[in-house]
Design a binder for this molecule. Structure first.
Ligand code: ADP
Length: 394
């Protein structure tokens, strides 16, 4: 049988990211983005090998954008498309692994939408459009939360009244599961250890950031919670704050829930601390030039990350290594080094040259000799979603 092709789709409220993945190739056959959907500026961009192209789609919605994408995908796949894998943010307690999409699984995804009101409805729009456009293809949902369904109850419960959990699903779910799973498997391979008999701390640092403790292929704890706001400092998200901040701001400033929500999700994190940018590259440059806000944002980011990793180590009985991934984790030698400065008690120390070498997609070990393993592992959520889709085809 020749190598199969899977289209991976990640629908946001006004965008569709996509990649055409061939099971035998590391690089994507085709990848791209439809953005500003629903507006006059809607546009589809794609890249196939060195060739880049775009198509103006004024006013197009998700379905129209997908219908324009279809012939481009068919041509790139030479007519051989074997399935579609959809990224879905929230699977609640229904899904601990990927699932084939049918009436029953779609209903379950709809039911957990209140837990991810921004994300799941957008994911559903893409799924419904794709199911209408490609009725004969197997379609699969891969959930950001699924990998963390193995958390023990003492890690996923909040210390709030039980009825909130039992009746309203208030618990910690965790996100970025596809990435944590992918990079911990890759790390085991790189270290020559079996994935089902090795223990890892993972720092996924992109625009959203989370840590995870993985033992024998299972997530045992993670820093994000009921929503992706909990835990680390992120691009524009605050991460952990005193939960009483809400009532404090309402009482003292008269802020509404919507204002507080927007402040914590969109105006905080690196952007809020620095007063400059949510982008780590910009902050590193500004720090070089003596920008105090940028320096502070970087220090808080690294300290909070180190604190979270130390906390995650409570979940593990052994540590085979720490993994850095995501745009920041894969590229920023500075962030890796400042973070590890706080973690010498865990026996972690970097080799400065190896740390400097592992950027722009270069994977490798960056720990100093005789110290616990630290690895830079580029994530590839699209590939993992394609592999999960293929596994359900078989
Ligand atoms: P997303 O979560 O949207 O997938 P990415 O994983 O691409 O995001 O990560 C985006 C972050 O990675 C941004 O903060 C960006 O500045 C940072 N980043 C990318 N390249 C570098 C670099 N060379 N040095 C420092 N940070 C980088």
């Amino acid at each position: 049988m020749s190598a199969r092709n899977i289209l991976v789709i990640n629908c946001g409220s006004s965008s569709i990211k996509f990649a055409l993945v061939n099971e035998a190739q590391e690089t994507f056959i085709l990848s791209g983005l439809a953005e500003r959907l629903g507006s006059p500026e809607a546009v589809l961009h794609w890249q196939q090998g060195e060739h880049k192209d775009s198509l103006v789609l004024s006013g197009a919605d998700h379905r129209l954008a997908l219908s324009h994408l279809l012939p481009i995908v068919q041509q790139a796949a030479a007519g051989a498309l074997h399935g579609i894998g959809h990224r879905v943010v929230h699977g609640g307690e229904y899904f601990s692994s990927a699932t084939r999409l049918d009436a029953v699984s779609l209903q379950a995804i709809r039911q957990v939408a209140p837990l991810a009101p921004l994300h799941n409805p957008a994911n559903l729009q893409g799924i419904e459009a794709a199911m209408k456009l490609f009725p004969d293809l197997v379609q699969v949902a891969v959930f950001d939360t699924a990998f963390h369904q193995s958390l023990p109850e003492h890690a996923y419960r909040y210390a709030v009244p039980e009825a909130l959990y039992r009746e309203h699903g208030v618990r910690r779910y965790g996100f970025h599961g596809t990435s944590h799973r992918y990079v911990s498997q890759q790390a085991a391979q790189m270290a020559g250890l079996p994935a089902d008999a090795s223990s890892w701390l993972v720092a996924h640092l992109g625009n959203g950031c989370s840590t995870c403790a993985v033992e024998n292929g299972h997530s045992l704890d993670t820093s994000m919670g009921l929503t992706p706001l909990e835990g680390l400092v992120m691009g524009t998200r605050s991460g952990d704050v005193d939960p009483n901040l809400h009532s404090h701001l309402a009482r003292t400033l008269g802020w509404s829930l919507e204002q507080i929500d927007a402040m914590l999700n969109k105006d905080s994190g690196l952007l809020g601390l620095s007063g400059l940018s949510n982008d780590m590259r910009t902050l590193e440059q500004a720090r070089e030039q003596g920008h105090a806000g940028a320096s502070l944002a970087i220090e808080v980011f690294c300290y909070r990350l180190a604190k979270s990793l130390a906390a995650m180590s409570c979940a593990l009985r052994r540590l085979d290594g720490l993994i850095f991934t995501g745009g920041i984790g894969e590229n920023s030698a500075l962030i890796r080094s400042r973070t590890l400065d706080h973690l010498s008690l865990l026996g972690l120390k970097l080799d400065a040259q190896a740390n400097a070498r592992c950027v722009r997609g270069v994977a490798g070990a960056i720990h100093a000799e005789g110290h616990t393993r630290v690895l830079v592992v580029p994530t590839n959520e699209e590939r993992q979603i394609a592999l999960d889709t293929l596994a359900l085809l078989d």
